[in-house]
Design a protein around this ligand. Sequence first.
Ligand code: AMP
Length: 190
Amino acid sequence: MLNIVLFGPPGAGKGTQSTMIQEKYALKHISTGDLFRYHLSQGTELGLLAKKYSAEGGLVPDQVTIDMLKEEISKYPSVNGFIFDGFPRTTPQAEALDNLLASMGTAVSTMLALEVPEEELKVRLEGRAQTSGRADDADPKVIQNRIDTYNRETKPVKDFYQAQGKLKEINGLGSIDAITDRLYSAIDSI
Ligand code: AMP
């Protein structure tokens, strides 16, 4: 299997680029943020719980997120692989993903980390608010919290994959197509 962790701060382009990658390599795209938003739209208990954290720009607790991811993965027993978008966001989540994939006889193939400076992220997220309909894109305070949460809790996940020799940093500035090409080259070089 080809299992890709597409990593980066909020606004780095993970969702957009995941769509391109999933098509080219026939992977199943799993976005934990999309899953939480789906649950919220359905008014489930999980959706309401997630909203408490995401509305402020914080992270949903690890065990809740990991359980949701496990359930989602189990729905796709015969895919070529997965592209994980927005997961793992903490080191315990990364450990849980390793264990889960190991139990399936597979592993993370690579982490592709999109690098985008903070000022550019803010510009992108404020622009995205016009079309995304996401409350957490609309409020500059929440955007700042999401970036701070990334720096504090999520960035260390890079070290986890670097220690395994799986980290590839990708310049996340430029046109969407240029960034897609960089990601394809990184995947093809595995
Ligand atoms: P995203 O669409 O990836 O920006 O995620 C939106 C929000 O969902 C985040 O700000 C978090 O509150 C929550 N979320 C998504 N993925 C995770 C995760 N892996 N761990 C914890 N919370 C998450």
